[in-house]
Unconditional design. Structure first.
Length: 430
């Protein structure tokens, strides 16, 4: 290995944090710089603020020599955060053009080429226009999200964040694959008192776990198969590694010596799904992963769409105080596992099949939310998840999860703290 190059990388990152897919030092330099800028700022993934992230088309090759209703927008047509007609090309019609490349009023356009940072908001003049492959289209969920994104992409943090999304090449371009996870600042200038109060509440809630995330032994055993026989039900190696880990022993001891109950004994996991005939030809409010904030555990938006557009995914009618828990995706059992509390505002909305809906019976919804974030409950989810290309966890596995049942005084304290935290966040958003 080139020692000189390795030393240069060491300026920015510890060798144990080095990712083999990113060996360019510039990436780690940006990452360190962003960490400083994003410290103590509230962020959400870009996917939560938009319904679509796409790039332009390569199929637009035949242009006409006169103005039509189908402008073709290139980077040269974006100037000073506005779309300009100077040098604009036009297509005769949309024949052969993919839907992803067609823009609508309210879309945000950004440059795919990081060395040419540009941004523009599509107005009614360019509704229905087509974009080139060097432009990325972002469709915000609503006007509030649009304002947040316009402010963010215009900021130094936003520009730096986009540079981090670039794939190394002769002409570095933003990766659409990674863009949806871009951390967008939503409180660039939060009120200090409110922020401190929320941090204190979260710390109090976390301390009540009496078990830290870093207590989980991440060094899973590798020699279990020499002593144990694999079952035909589970052939995935990680399942057995978790079951033979020190953390699993800790979990067993806590269940044996403490008050723990299975989820199915204190809650209802909703299995009744919607009937398509009840929603045919109707508009619904739809909630998927991108509509929840995994940091604050709340729903931040709902899409109003025709039922036919999401009928293969819309599954559950929500009620106030329901808890949404993600059952599909790479974050199952992780600290940022998709989890959200349903407020009165979203009662009657339809939730995606990527969630299960949990209704409290013998415990409160606030306490349930706290339990589902417990490090050892998350560990159980991680232990029971399965899949290679797509991780998921089954309903029976969820029903059999063990959650802690604390004394009444501690439960009341947790409920009060969580109610204060969630209501404080909602109030702060209004």
């Amino acid at each position: 290995m080139n020692n000189k190059g390795s030393g240069y990388i060491h300026k920015f990152i510890n060798i144990e944090d080095l990712r083999t897919e990113r060996l360019d030092p510039y990436f780690y330099q940006i990452e360190l710089e962003l960490k400083k800028h994003l410290e103590n700022k509230q962020t959400v993934p870009l996917r939560m603020l938009c319904t679509e992230i796409t790039d332009g088309t390569r199929n637009a090759t035949e242009f006409v020599g006169y103005k039509t209703n189908v402008p073709y927008i290139r980077l040269s047509n974006i100037d000073d955060n506005k779309l300009v007609q100077k040098g604009m090309k036009y297509l005769f019609d949309l024949d052969g053009i993919e839907e992803k490349a067609i823009v609508r009023k309210g879309d945000i356009l950004i440059s795919k080429i990081v060395s040419l940072p540009k941004m523009a908001l599509v107005d009614e003049t360019y509704d229905g226009a087509v974009i080139s492959p060097d432009i990325i289209k972002i469709r915000p969920v609503d006007q509030q999200a649009q304002a947040i994104l316009m402010k963010f992409f215009s900021s130094n943090i936003g520009i730096l964040s986009l540079k981090k999304m670039a794939v190394p090449s002769v002409l570095p371009k933003i990766s659409l694959k990674h863009l949806e996870d871009l951390a967008v600042v939503i409180d660039e200038e939060p009120e200090e008192d409110s922020r401190n109060e929320q941090a204190i509440l979260k710390q109090k809630l976390h301390s009540l776990y009496e078990f830290e995330f870093n207590e989980i032994d991440t060094s899973l055993p590798t020699e279990f198969w020499l002593k144990n026989q694999l079952t035909t039900e589970r052939l995935d190696v990680d399942y057995y590694r978790y079951h033979t880990s020190k953390t699993f022993e800790q979990l067993r001891n806590k269940i044996k010596n403490g008050q723990w109950a299975q989820l199915k004994d204190v809650c209802e996991i909703v299995t009744h799904t919607v009937s398509p005939k009840d929603f045919n030809n109707k508009e619904i409010r739809y909630i998927g992963f991108k509509n929840i904030d995994t940091t604050s555990h709340r729903i931040i938006s709902a899409e109003t769409v025709p039922f036919e557009k999401v009928k293969s995914r819309a599954r559950y009618v929500l009620k106030e105080n329901d808890v949404l828990l993600g059952v599909v995706g790479p974050y199952i059992g992780e600290e940022n596992h998709p989890l959200a509390f349903v407020t009165k505002e979203y009662e009657g909305a339809l939730a995606s099949s990527t969630f299960v809906v949990i209704r409290s019976i013998k415990i409160s919804s606030y306490y349930l939310l706290w339990c589902l974030n417990h490090p050892l409950v998350l560990f159980q989810m991680k232990m029971e998840r399965r899949g290679q290309l797509q991780l998921m966890i089954g309903l029976e596995n969820l029903k059999n999860l063990y959650i802690p049942i604390l004394g009444q005084s501690k439960i009341r304290l947790i409920e009060a703290l969580l109610e204060q935290l969630l209501k404080g966040r909602i109030k702060g958003d209004l």
